[in-house]
Design a protein around this ligand. Structure first.
Ligand SMILES: [Zn+2]
Length: 347
Protein backbone atom coordinates (compact mmCIF):
# COMPACT_ATOMS: atom_id res chain seq x y z
CA UNK A 1 0.00 0.00 0.00
CA UNK A 2 2.78 2.37 1.00
CA UNK A 3 4.73 1.38 -2.11
CA UNK A 4 1.71 2.01 -4.36
CA UNK A 5 1.21 5.43 -2.79
CA UNK A 6 4.85 6.20 -3.33
CA UNK A 7 4.61 5.26 -7.04
CA UNK A 8 1.57 7.52 -7.46
CA UNK A 9 3.57 10.41 -6.09
CA UNK A 10 6.76 9.66 -8.01
CA UNK A 11 5.19 9.31 -11.51
CA UNK A 12 3.69 12.85 -11.66
CA UNK A 13 6.92 14.24 -10.23
CA UNK A 14 8.96 12.50 -12.95
CA UNK A 15 6.63 13.82 -15.66
CA UNK A 16 6.94 17.37 -14.32
CA UNK A 17 10.72 17.03 -14.24
CA UNK A 18 10.73 16.01 -17.91
CA UNK A 19 8.53 18.99 -18.84
CA UNK A 20 10.88 21.35 -16.99
CA UNK A 21 13.97 19.80 -18.58
CA UNK A 22 12.37 20.21 -22.01
CA UNK A 23 11.63 23.90 -21.31
CA UNK A 24 15.19 24.50 -20.08
CA UNK A 25 16.80 22.83 -23.10
CA UNK A 26 14.52 24.90 -25.37
CA UNK A 27 15.70 28.07 -23.62
CA UNK A 28 19.37 27.14 -23.99
CA UNK A 29 18.81 26.44 -27.71
CA UNK A 30 17.10 29.80 -28.21
CA UNK A 31 19.89 31.57 -26.29
CA UNK A 32 22.56 29.96 -28.44
CA UNK A 33 21.06 31.34 -31.66
CA UNK A 34 19.75 34.74 -30.58
CA UNK A 35 21.26 37.92 -31.97
CA UNK A 36 21.71 40.43 -29.17
CA UNK A 37 20.25 43.92 -29.29
CA UNK A 38 20.91 46.55 -26.61
CA UNK A 39 18.71 49.64 -26.45
CA UNK A 40 19.74 52.65 -24.35
CA UNK A 41 17.45 55.64 -23.84
CA UNK A 42 19.47 58.83 -23.25
CA UNK A 43 18.71 62.21 -21.68
CA UNK A 44 16.81 60.84 -18.67
CA UNK A 45 15.95 63.24 -15.85
CA UNK A 46 13.88 65.95 -17.52
CA UNK A 47 10.70 64.45 -19.03
CA UNK A 48 9.23 62.35 -16.22
CA UNK A 49 5.98 61.58 -18.01
CA UNK A 50 7.65 60.04 -21.05
CA UNK A 51 10.46 58.49 -19.03
CA UNK A 52 7.96 56.62 -16.85
CA UNK A 53 6.65 55.01 -20.02
CA UNK A 54 10.18 53.84 -20.83
CA UNK A 55 10.38 52.36 -17.31
CA UNK A 56 7.29 50.28 -18.14
CA UNK A 57 9.18 48.62 -20.99
CA UNK A 58 11.22 45.41 -20.54
CA UNK A 59 14.07 45.94 -18.06
CA UNK A 60 16.65 45.07 -20.71
CA UNK A 61 15.97 48.56 -22.10
CA UNK A 62 18.65 50.57 -20.32
CA UNK A 63 18.59 54.25 -19.45
CA UNK A 64 21.25 56.99 -19.42
CA UNK A 65 20.68 59.76 -16.88
CA UNK A 66 21.96 63.35 -17.05
CA UNK A 67 23.66 63.94 -13.65
CA UNK A 68 22.45 67.52 -13.20
CA UNK A 69 18.88 66.93 -14.35
CA UNK A 70 16.07 67.68 -11.88
CA UNK A 71 14.71 64.12 -11.74
CA UNK A 72 17.88 62.13 -12.39
CA UNK A 73 18.31 60.67 -8.92
CA UNK A 74 14.64 59.76 -8.62
CA UNK A 75 14.74 57.98 -12.00
CA UNK A 76 17.93 56.14 -11.01
CA UNK A 77 16.27 54.85 -7.84
CA UNK A 78 13.15 53.74 -9.71
CA UNK A 79 15.14 52.00 -12.45
CA UNK A 80 17.43 50.30 -9.93
CA UNK A 81 14.43 48.86 -8.06
CA UNK A 82 13.34 47.28 -11.34
CA UNK A 83 16.79 45.78 -11.92
CA UNK A 84 17.29 48.05 -14.95
CA UNK A 85 20.78 48.95 -16.14
CA UNK A 86 21.72 52.59 -15.60
CA UNK A 87 24.34 54.70 -17.36
CA UNK A 88 25.62 58.15 -16.46
CA UNK A 89 24.89 60.34 -19.48
CA UNK A 90 27.89 62.61 -19.10
CA UNK A 91 27.66 65.97 -20.90
CA UNK A 92 30.62 66.58 -23.18
CA UNK A 93 31.42 69.62 -25.34
CA UNK A 94 29.94 69.65 -28.85
CA UNK A 95 31.53 71.34 -31.88
CA UNK A 96 28.43 73.39 -32.60
CA UNK A 97 27.24 76.24 -30.43
CA UNK A 98 24.24 75.15 -28.38
CA UNK A 99 23.01 75.39 -24.80
CA UNK A 100 25.17 73.23 -22.54
CA UNK A 101 24.40 71.24 -19.43
CA UNK A 102 26.10 72.24 -16.20
CA UNK A 103 29.45 70.45 -15.73
CA UNK A 104 30.02 69.77 -19.42
CA UNK A 105 33.48 68.29 -20.04
CA UNK A 106 35.86 70.26 -22.30
CA UNK A 107 39.11 68.95 -23.79
CA UNK A 108 41.01 71.84 -22.17
CA UNK A 109 39.96 70.87 -18.63
CA UNK A 110 42.61 69.44 -16.32
CA UNK A 111 42.49 65.78 -15.31
CA UNK A 112 41.67 66.92 -11.77
CA UNK A 113 38.67 68.93 -12.91
CA UNK A 114 37.43 66.07 -15.10
CA UNK A 115 37.93 63.78 -12.09
CA UNK A 116 35.86 66.08 -9.88
CA UNK A 117 33.00 66.22 -12.41
CA UNK A 118 32.97 62.44 -12.92
CA UNK A 119 33.08 61.81 -9.16
CA UNK A 120 30.19 64.25 -8.72
CA UNK A 121 28.21 62.54 -11.51
CA UNK A 122 28.68 59.12 -9.88
CA UNK A 123 27.21 60.51 -6.64
CA UNK A 124 24.24 62.05 -8.47
CA UNK A 125 23.40 58.95 -10.53
CA UNK A 126 23.43 56.09 -8.03
CA UNK A 127 23.71 52.46 -9.19
CA UNK A 128 25.19 53.33 -12.60
CA UNK A 129 27.29 50.60 -14.19
CA UNK A 130 28.24 52.48 -17.34
CA UNK A 131 28.74 55.92 -18.85
CA UNK A 132 28.04 57.40 -22.26
CA UNK A 133 28.51 60.84 -23.75
CA UNK A 134 25.76 63.46 -24.10
CA UNK A 135 26.66 65.46 -27.24
CA UNK A 136 30.49 65.47 -27.19
CA UNK A 137 31.63 65.84 -30.79
CA UNK A 138 34.40 68.23 -29.65
CA UNK A 139 35.35 66.28 -26.52
CA UNK A 140 35.26 62.75 -27.95
CA UNK A 141 37.28 63.77 -31.03
CA UNK A 142 40.02 65.02 -28.71
CA UNK A 143 42.46 62.19 -27.92
CA UNK A 144 44.03 64.25 -25.14
CA UNK A 145 40.62 65.05 -23.61
CA UNK A 146 39.37 61.46 -23.74
CA UNK A 147 42.64 60.08 -22.36
CA UNK A 148 42.03 62.18 -19.25
CA UNK A 149 38.50 60.76 -19.01
CA UNK A 150 39.81 57.18 -19.34
CA UNK A 151 42.51 57.79 -16.74
CA UNK A 152 39.82 58.94 -14.30
CA UNK A 153 37.51 56.02 -15.20
CA UNK A 154 40.39 53.59 -14.60
CA UNK A 155 39.94 54.18 -10.88
CA UNK A 156 36.18 53.43 -11.15
CA UNK A 157 36.48 49.81 -12.26
CA UNK A 158 32.73 49.24 -12.30
CA UNK A 159 32.01 51.71 -15.14
CA UNK A 160 32.22 50.79 -18.81
CA UNK A 161 32.12 53.52 -21.46
CA UNK A 162 29.57 53.44 -24.27
CA UNK A 163 30.72 55.73 -27.07
CA UNK A 164 27.58 57.42 -28.42
CA UNK A 165 29.60 58.11 -31.60
CA UNK A 166 28.35 61.64 -32.16
CA UNK A 167 31.27 62.24 -34.53
CA UNK A 168 32.99 59.92 -37.02
CA UNK A 169 36.51 60.67 -35.84
CA UNK A 170 35.82 59.75 -32.23
CA UNK A 171 38.94 58.93 -30.21
CA UNK A 172 37.19 57.02 -27.43
CA UNK A 173 38.46 53.54 -28.31
CA UNK A 174 42.01 54.78 -28.88
CA UNK A 175 41.99 56.72 -25.59
CA UNK A 176 40.89 53.62 -23.67
CA UNK A 177 43.74 51.47 -25.02
CA UNK A 178 46.10 50.42 -22.25
CA UNK A 179 43.50 51.21 -19.58
CA UNK A 180 41.15 48.73 -17.91
CA UNK A 181 38.11 50.66 -19.15
CA UNK A 182 35.82 48.54 -21.32
CA UNK A 183 34.40 50.35 -24.34
CA UNK A 184 31.28 49.79 -26.43
CA UNK A 185 30.09 51.69 -29.51
CA UNK A 186 26.65 52.83 -30.56
CA UNK A 187 25.56 51.51 -33.98
CA UNK A 188 22.17 53.13 -34.59
CA UNK A 189 20.39 56.27 -33.42
CA UNK A 190 16.70 55.50 -33.25
CA UNK A 191 15.29 59.00 -33.46
CA UNK A 192 17.45 61.54 -35.27
CA UNK A 193 14.19 62.10 -37.15
CA UNK A 194 11.33 62.20 -34.68
CA UNK A 195 8.59 60.17 -36.32
CA UNK A 196 7.30 56.74 -35.36
CA UNK A 197 7.93 55.42 -38.86
CA UNK A 198 11.58 56.52 -38.81
CA UNK A 199 12.17 55.04 -35.34
CA UNK A 200 10.66 51.74 -36.53
CA UNK A 201 12.88 51.88 -39.59
CA UNK A 202 16.00 52.53 -37.49
CA UNK A 203 15.05 49.75 -35.07
CA UNK A 204 14.79 47.37 -38.03
CA UNK A 205 18.26 48.53 -39.13
CA UNK A 206 19.57 47.73 -35.64
CA UNK A 207 17.94 44.29 -35.78
CA UNK A 208 19.52 43.60 -39.19
CA UNK A 209 22.92 44.68 -37.84
CA UNK A 210 22.52 42.48 -34.77
CA UNK A 211 21.81 39.50 -37.03
CA UNK A 212 24.81 40.30 -39.21
CA UNK A 213 27.30 41.09 -36.42
CA UNK A 214 25.84 39.01 -33.59
CA UNK A 215 24.99 42.14 -31.61
CA UNK A 216 24.11 45.82 -32.02
CA UNK A 217 23.56 48.86 -29.81
CA UNK A 218 20.80 51.39 -30.50
CA UNK A 219 20.38 54.70 -28.70
CA UNK A 220 17.12 56.64 -28.47
CA UNK A 221 15.59 59.45 -26.46
CA UNK A 222 12.40 59.83 -24.41
CA UNK A 223 10.52 61.52 -27.26
CA UNK A 224 6.80 60.71 -27.59
CA UNK A 225 7.38 59.25 -31.07
CA UNK A 226 10.21 57.00 -29.80
CA UNK A 227 8.11 55.85 -26.84
CA UNK A 228 5.17 54.92 -29.07
CA UNK A 229 7.34 53.17 -31.65
CA UNK A 230 9.15 51.13 -29.00
CA UNK A 231 5.95 50.28 -27.11
CA UNK A 232 4.64 48.69 -30.28
CA UNK A 233 7.88 47.19 -31.63
CA UNK A 234 9.17 45.60 -28.43
CA UNK A 235 6.06 43.46 -28.08
CA UNK A 236 6.67 42.01 -31.55
CA UNK A 237 10.46 41.58 -31.55
CA UNK A 238 11.49 38.64 -33.76
CA UNK A 239 12.20 35.45 -31.83
CA UNK A 240 15.84 35.36 -32.90
CA UNK A 241 16.51 38.77 -31.33
CA UNK A 242 17.44 38.86 -27.66
CA UNK A 243 17.08 42.22 -25.95
CA UNK A 244 20.08 42.65 -23.63
CA UNK A 245 21.79 45.26 -21.51
CA UNK A 246 25.05 46.80 -22.80
CA UNK A 247 27.00 45.04 -20.04
CA UNK A 248 25.81 41.68 -21.42
CA UNK A 249 27.67 42.54 -24.62
CA UNK A 250 30.87 43.01 -22.63
CA UNK A 251 30.50 39.74 -20.71
CA UNK A 252 28.20 37.59 -22.83
CA UNK A 253 28.96 34.36 -21.01
CA UNK A 254 28.52 35.70 -17.50
CA UNK A 255 25.26 36.43 -15.72
CA UNK A 256 24.20 39.95 -16.61
CA UNK A 257 24.19 42.93 -14.31
CA UNK A 258 20.44 42.83 -14.42
CA UNK A 259 20.39 39.32 -13.01
CA UNK A 260 22.72 40.37 -10.20
CA UNK A 261 20.54 43.36 -9.43
CA UNK A 262 17.38 41.26 -9.49
CA UNK A 263 19.05 38.65 -7.29
CA UNK A 264 19.93 41.36 -4.77
CA UNK A 265 16.39 42.70 -4.98
CA UNK A 266 14.97 39.24 -4.36
CA UNK A 267 16.85 39.04 -1.09
CA UNK A 268 14.55 41.80 0.17
CA UNK A 269 10.97 40.75 0.85
CA UNK A 270 7.84 42.69 -0.19
CA UNK A 271 9.39 44.58 -3.10
CA UNK A 272 7.37 44.72 -6.34
CA UNK A 273 8.01 42.08 -8.95
CA UNK A 274 10.21 43.24 -11.81
CA UNK A 275 9.11 43.47 -15.43
CA UNK A 276 10.53 40.54 -17.48
CA UNK A 277 13.70 41.77 -19.21
CA UNK A 278 13.24 39.99 -22.55
CA UNK A 279 11.10 37.42 -24.26
CA UNK A 280 13.62 34.82 -23.13
CA UNK A 281 13.53 36.07 -19.55
CA UNK A 282 9.78 35.81 -19.77
CA UNK A 283 10.06 32.23 -21.00
CA UNK A 284 12.48 31.48 -18.16
CA UNK A 285 9.92 32.76 -15.68
CA UNK A 286 7.19 30.72 -17.35
CA UNK A 287 9.39 27.66 -16.95
CA UNK A 288 10.09 28.65 -13.38
CA UNK A 289 6.44 29.23 -12.64
CA UNK A 290 5.43 25.86 -14.06
CA UNK A 291 5.83 24.21 -10.69
CA UNK A 292 3.20 26.58 -9.28
CA UNK A 293 1.01 26.79 -12.35
CA UNK A 294 -2.67 25.90 -12.45
CA UNK A 295 -2.23 23.85 -15.65
CA UNK A 296 0.50 21.76 -14.07
CA UNK A 297 -1.58 21.50 -10.94
CA UNK A 298 -4.51 20.24 -13.03
CA UNK A 299 -2.23 17.86 -14.92
CA UNK A 300 -0.95 16.48 -11.67
CA UNK A 301 -4.49 15.99 -10.38
CA UNK A 302 -5.53 14.34 -13.64
CA UNK A 303 -2.63 11.88 -13.46
CA UNK A 304 -3.58 11.05 -9.90
CA UNK A 305 -7.20 10.56 -11.03
CA UNK A 306 -6.02 8.12 -13.67
CA UNK A 307 -4.22 6.30 -10.93
CA UNK A 308 -7.50 6.05 -9.05
CA UNK A 309 -7.38 8.87 -6.58
CA UNK A 310 -7.54 12.64 -6.76
CA UNK A 311 -4.69 14.71 -5.46
CA UNK A 312 -7.06 16.24 -2.97
CA UNK A 313 -8.01 12.86 -1.56
CA UNK A 314 -4.32 11.94 -1.50
CA UNK A 315 -3.50 14.94 0.66
CA UNK A 316 -6.39 14.36 3.01
CA UNK A 317 -5.72 10.65 3.23
CA UNK A 318 -2.01 10.94 3.73
CA UNK A 319 -1.85 13.78 6.15
CA UNK A 320 -5.18 13.45 7.90
CA UNK A 321 -5.22 17.23 7.86
CA UNK A 322 -7.76 19.85 6.84
CA UNK A 323 -7.95 20.70 3.14
CA UNK A 324 -7.17 24.36 3.67
CA UNK A 325 -3.46 24.21 2.68
CA UNK A 326 -4.47 22.56 -0.61
CA UNK A 327 -7.21 25.15 -1.11
CA UNK A 328 -4.67 27.93 -0.58
CA UNK A 329 -2.34 26.43 -3.16
CA UNK A 330 -5.11 25.97 -5.74
CA UNK A 331 -6.37 29.50 -5.16
CA UNK A 332 -2.90 30.83 -5.87
CA UNK A 333 -2.73 28.87 -9.09
CA UNK A 334 -6.17 29.96 -10.28
CA UNK A 335 -5.65 33.65 -9.72
CA UNK A 336 -2.21 33.55 -11.26
CA UNK A 337 -0.92 35.42 -8.23
CA UNK A 338 2.78 34.78 -7.72
CA UNK A 339 4.97 35.93 -4.94
CA UNK A 340 8.34 37.63 -5.29
CA UNK A 341 9.94 34.39 -4.19
CA UNK A 342 8.41 32.53 -7.16
CA UNK A 343 9.60 35.13 -9.63
CA UNK A 344 13.14 34.97 -8.29
CA UNK A 345 13.51 31.25 -7.76
CA UNK A 346 15.93 30.70 -10.65
CA UNK A 347 18.40 33.40 -9.71
ZN1 LIG B 1 22.11 63.21 -24.76
Amino acid sequence: MVKSRLIRRVIPFTLLSWILLFCLSLLFTLNAHAARLAIVIDDFGYRVQHENKILQMPTAVSIAILPDSPHGREMAQKAHKQGREILIHLPMAPLSKQPLEKNTLHPSMSREEIGRIIHDAIQKVPHATGMNNHMGSAMTSSLDGMEKVMQVLSSYRHLYFLDSVTIGKTQVTKAAMGTPVQVLRRHVFLDNVQTEAETRHQLNRAIALARKQGSAIAIGHPYPTTVRALQQALTTLPDDIELVTPSRLLNPTSANQNDHQIARKCAKPHEPETVPATKLDYLKRVGNALTHNAIVETLSQHINKLLGKTAKQEVLHNAGKTESPKKDKTAQGNTGARTTTDACADF
